[in-house]
Design a protein around this ligand. Structure first.
Ligand code: AMP
Length: 284
């Protein structure tokens, strides 16, 4: 496993040493089993795996947690070592954004503007810009993204289609803790009490998913199930939405593949989670 920290070294690896198919896993580090699921899938489907570790300042708002976002490169490398990763790309901010960096990739429409896009202005421009830059540097055949960040996954897929980028976006199911909480680097922010309460979010989503699986197709009933479940918890709901997977519009009836998405605050930590609602299937 080789650790590369500069753009020039990555370019020279890509042009002179990389061979066969390349699977790429972009991350912000502080790795957990969710990230490792992406790495393992990439390893199973490609000859070489590249993992990037870069806390992207562009995707954080001015009052968000960029400065305190957890970082531990040594620990991340220890976790990646047994996974058969060829390259870990861990650049500095200056490598990715030199002082004269002047370009932004802007996705428009509901995928960029609703829900996470509305709650975090500029966030998805930051995501699209860094993903574009990293994909152009690594030039992978496939890139792996988690359903955990479903709106991000759909937005990246949109950008890849719109700009005809020669990469296949591969979605990977959400990895959860035993109590259902989706794994996230940000879970370290939770106090022990908050950590216990946080499981109310997946519980609420799974309660609604159970109703969907019993045949409920009215989106408002599903949204209301989430609201009711969370009302009895210390979580403060930010949004709950039933959005289709293509256009990302709010649905009244779940008559096509959709996502039930929710964001909620516990203390000063914001949690996001979602479950897939596929009317063609009985369960995910
Ligand atoms: P992050 O480091 O949080 O930016 O995440 C990097 C990638 O890992 C993104 O594609 C995430 O969607 C994915 N990811 C994060 N948490 C999970 C999880 N619990 N299960 C599956 N994928 C995840």
């Amino acid at each position: 496993m080789r650790v590369i920290q500069t753009v020039s070294e990555l370019r020279s690896w890509r042009t002179t040493q990389a061979g066969g198919s390349i699977g790429f896993v972009p991350t912000m580090g502080y790795l957990h089993d969710g990230h490792l699921a992406l790495v393992r899938r990439a390893h199973a489907e490609n000859d070489m795996v590249v993992v990037s570790i870069f806390v992207n300042p562009l995707q954080f708002g001015p009052h968000e947690d960029y400065a305190r976002y957890p970082r531990d490169l040594e620990r991340d490398l220890r976790l990646l070592e047994p996974e058969g990763v060829a390259i870990v790309f861990a650049p500095s901010v200056e490598e990715i954004y030199p002082p004269d960096f002047s370009t932004a990739v802007v996705v428009r429409g509901p995928l960029a503007e609703r829900l996470e896009g509305a709650a975090r202005p500029g966030h998805f421009t930051g995501v699209a810009t860094v993903v574009m830059r990293l994909v152009n540097l690594v030039q992978p055949h496939r890139a792996y993204f988690g359903w955990k960040d479903a709106q991000q996954l759909l937005l990246v897929r949109r950008m890849v289609r719109d700009l005809a980028l020669p990469v296949e976006i591969v979605p990977v199911p959400t990895v959860r803790e035993p109590d259902g909480l989706a794994m996230s680097s940000r879970n370290v922010y939770l106090s022990p009490e908050e950590r216990v309460s946080a499981a109310a979010l997946p519980r609420a989503l799974f309660a609604a998913l159970a109703r969907f699986q019993e045949g409920e197709r009215n989106a408002e009933v599903l949204r209301q199930t989430v609201r009711t479940e969370l009302a009895a918890s210390p979580l403060r709901l930010d949004y709950v939405s039933v959005s289709d997977c293509e256009v990302f519009q709010e649905l009244e009836q779940v008559d096509r593949p959709a996502l039930l998405l929710a964001a909620a605050w516990i203390g000063t930590t914001r949690l996001i989670d979602n479950v897939l609602l596929d009317p063609g299937k009985r369960s995910r």
